[in-house]
Design a protein around this ligand. Structure first.
Ligand code: SF4
Length: 381
């Protein structure tokens, strides 16, 4: 059973005020020691079921800001991975890059060691929006990163676009999409700005010093993204994701399809599909404590959970529904030996209300359902 490998690199130059990821602002970071901790953790898992001897189908370096780390560090780590587990020949290997942290040489270095997909955290090409978001790169940095990545030989480029940012207009979003499309990227990930608890943006919103975009405008922005991306030749294949044919993110698709994934690093979450309904666990969040534990014991797990059948059924439904090809009730029955409509009788109402569509043996979100996806998903768990 092939699996996916995720590696979390938790350092950033500054912490963006809207971000609730496990990421820490740092002027310097213990690059070598952190990579050693990752290698120790991988050594620990690589000899155990269900990972031992299984091929790695995809690798994803996420963060934080992985592009703070030098190509040589990834080269050493990937060499260790290759010694401990077979990497599939056609493995998708992605690295998240922040435009404030790359150079032409760095990008060439990443490509030369086999990283074949770059996910660039552009967010916007508008200086005003970048400033609101607390991003430290300029629009020029973003353009340079995409241009240099192409020149370095990346043929699978993805870019993050954020919308519903205070001060953003439909024209600004149209500009961002036009500029993104000018770079002929293979993939776009689009996110609406959210106000997560314990972030400065959450507090500012509460105090009234930051006014969120009105809900109907946010909906209009999402519709604009869908129209413009589809018109530019992208396939809308997941709530937030658009890809040119053949360039859907394989790593993410493995999460949504219930494939096992091993995640290494501070705060990383893993999932094994080997037990009946699946098991998941997570690591120590603080990088220093993570490194201490991983280096001393080979694992830094702090929580672990065996899923119940009810949990597994709910997750199966929403992980399938978030993909635009939707859910096959027959696959649900095959997996759980339970009838889908009997388990979730409210589906009849959701179909009648036009939030879900049943067609050709599959159930998908309607355009209206897409806008209410989070509420819909909550009704299955
Ligand atoms: S660069 Fe990314 S991970 Fe780091 S603080 Fe900003 S949004 Fe979070």
């Amino acid at each position: 059973m092939p699996f996916s490998l995720y590696i979390h690199l938790p350092y950033c130059l500054v912490k963006c005020p809207y971000c609730d990821f496990n990421a820490y602002a740092a002027k310097s970071w213990p690059e070598e020691q952190y990579m050693e901790a990752l290698a120790a953790e991988l050594r620990h898992y690589a000899s155990q079921p269900p990972w031992a001897g299984q091929p790695i189908a995809t690798i994803y370096f996420g963060g934080g800001t992985p592009s703070l780390f030098a190509p040589q560090s990834f080269a050493r780590f990937l060499a260790r991975v290759g010694e401990l587990a077979p990497i599939a020949e056609d493995a998708e290997i992605t690295l998240e890059a922040d435009p404030a942290t790359v150079t032409r040489e760095k990008l060439s270095g990443y490509r030369a060691l086999g990283i074949n997909r770059l996910s660039v955290g552009v967010q916007s090409f508008h200086p005003q929006l970048l400033k609101t978001l607390g991003r430290i790169h300029t629009p020029e940095d973003a353009h340079d990163t995409l241009t240099w990545a192409r020149a370095a030989g990346f043929t699978n480029l993805s870019m993050d676009v954020i919308f519903a940012v205070p001060g953003q207009t439909m024209t600004m979003l149209t500009d961002d999409l036009t500029l993104a499309h000018d770079h002929a990227l293979e993939h776009l990930s689009t996110y609406s700005l959210t106000y997560e608890e314990h972030t400065p943006f959450f507090a500012m919103r509460k105090k009234g010093t930051l006014r969120p975009v009105e809900e109907d405008e946010e909906v209009a922005m999402y519709s604009l993204i869908q129209e413009r991306c589809v018109a530019a030749g992208y396939r809308h294949y997941e709530i937030s994701s658009f890809a040119r044919p053949g360039f859907s993110a394989r790593h993410n698709a493995n999460y949504w399809n219930g494939t096992s994934y091993l995640s290494l690093g501070a705060g990383a979450h893993s999932f094994s599909a080997a037990s009946e309904w699946g098991t998941r666990w997570s690591n120590e969040r603080l990088p220093r404590r993570y490194m201490e534990k991983a280096l001393a014991h080979g694992n830094a797990t702090t929580t672990s959970e065996t899923l119940t059948q009810a949990q597994a059924m709910g997750e199966f439904v929403f992980l399938n529904l978030r993909q635009l090809h939707g859910l096959a009730p027959a696959a649900f029955v095959e997996r759980f030996q339970v009838d889908f409509a009997e388990q979730f009788p409210h589906v009849t109402d959701l179909l009648a209300e036009g939030l879900l569509i049943a067609d050709s043996g599959r159930i998908t979100l309607s355009p209206q359902g897409l806008l209410l996806a989070d509420t819909l998903f909550a009704s299955f768990v």
